[in-house]
Ligand binder design. Structure first.
Ligand code: AR6
Ligand code: MG
Length: 328
């Protein structure tokens, strides 16, 4: 039996839930920071230059630096806490207040936020970014707080995920991917880390939840391949690893399902796929952290997270507040 299981066996269900809330939000942060230095690299380039990414790398911005993924997750949580639930205008305001150009925002998000800054309504800007709205992963990446707060309420979770996505990503695929990512976090929160994850039931729930054929098809592919030895190359050719949401969300779900009992292995694997490594790392970290809890996130990674401004302690605190307002 793994140590993490032994630790959790002696914890009350309520405290384990708190660990899982914190695990999902700090899991996002850790995956984001670990993947950031190799964002945009191919799988081969990562392998040639680093073997695999198992330590926080030094970058110009420092070690353990977070990007837009974590910054927007923080804004999402702040707004849910302050409003005791979803309020689109307020959430958009939080995104704007937290915005730092140098955190590496995607083009669609930048445009939506600048339209809102110039006076556009929070629910209209996302439609004006590109015809039909963006289906980038910029809304799915920030879903941990929604997945954890609404983990018992599937239909509210979907509604809130869609609305929160709409602020920047209005495309049906962007909204569906965001809701699926939030739902994956919710299902992971519901899971008992003291016994092996029921992988079939997990992926079946996600397949049933998906509303678009693009996402349903990829989730069905995951179900077919998840118990077989499939090369990374093949995984990337089947699921994709780019910053479009219907590739990176399935890639993250697959990474979690490949290593459900190890946060470290799941996130290292996610980043090894290359492409949008910080966001695939962040979304894998959100799901894995929600299943296993904060105690299973390697301390050496947590200790290297950037320590200025709204960093580790702040994110930890937001997760605790979400746990408190959920009244579990
Ligand atoms: N039609 C064609 N291509 C699209 C469409 C569309 N409707 N929507 C998105 N794309 P974007 P993000 C493609 O710009 O989601 C940061 O590193 C298009 O190629 O909305 O906010 C974050 O951390 C576009 O460039 O950005 C994320 O990891 C791409 O999807 C990442 O960037 C991304 O959509 C994306 O952030
Ligand atoms: Mg990214």
């Amino acid at each position: 039996m793994k140590n993490v299981y032994m630790r959790n066996v002696f914890k009350s269900a309520r405290l384990l839930l708190k660990d899982k809330f914190i695990g999902s939000m700090l899991g996002t942060f850790v995956g984001d920071a670990l993947g950031m230095p190799v964002e945009g690299y191919s799988m081969e380039a990562i392998k040639d230059q680093f073997g695999e990414i198992r330590e926080m790398l030094e970058t110009r911005a420092g070690k353990g630096t977070y990007t837009d993924d974590t910054e927007m997750m923080i804004g999402t949580a702040e707004s849910l806490i302050e409003c005791r639930g979803f309020n689109g205008e307020h959430m958009a305001k939080c995104f704007l207040e937290n915005y730092h150009e140098n955190r590496g925002y995607g083009g669609g998000t930048k445009k939506a936020l600048s339209l809102i800054r110039d006076g556009e309504l929070w629910h209209k800007a996302g439609e004006k970014v590109v015809s039909g709205g963006s289906y980038g992963n910029g809304s799915a990446m920030r879903m941990a707080p929604i997945g954890i707060l609404y983990f018992k309420d599937e239909e509210n979770l979907r509604k809130v995920a869609h609305q929160a996505s709409l602020i920047t990503h209005a495309h049906t695929l962007g909204k569906d991917a965001a809701a699926i990512q939030a739902f994956a976090v919710a299902k992971a929160i519901q899971g008992n880390p003291n016994s092996a994850l029921k992988k079939e039931a997990f992926i079946d729930a996600l397949i049933n939840f998906a509303e678009t054929s693009e996402l349903k098809t990829r989730l069905e592919s995951i179900k077919l391949i998840m118990n077989h030895n499939v090369s990374r190359e093949k995984i990337v050719s089947i699921l994709g690893h780019s910053s479009v949401s219907f590739e990176s969300v399935p890639a993250s779900i697959y990474s979690f399902l490949k290593y459900p009992d190890s946060f470290e292995e799941a996130v290292v694997y996610a980043i090894s796929l290359g492409g949008d490594t910080d966001t695939i790392g962040a979304m894998t970290g959100a799901i894995s952290g929600a299943f296993l809890g904060i105690e299973e996130i390697p301390e050496r990674w947590l200790n290297q997270l950037e320590n200025t401004g709204k960093a580790k302690a702040y994110v930890n605190n937001l997760a605790e507040k979400l746990w408190e307002i959920g009244n579990y």
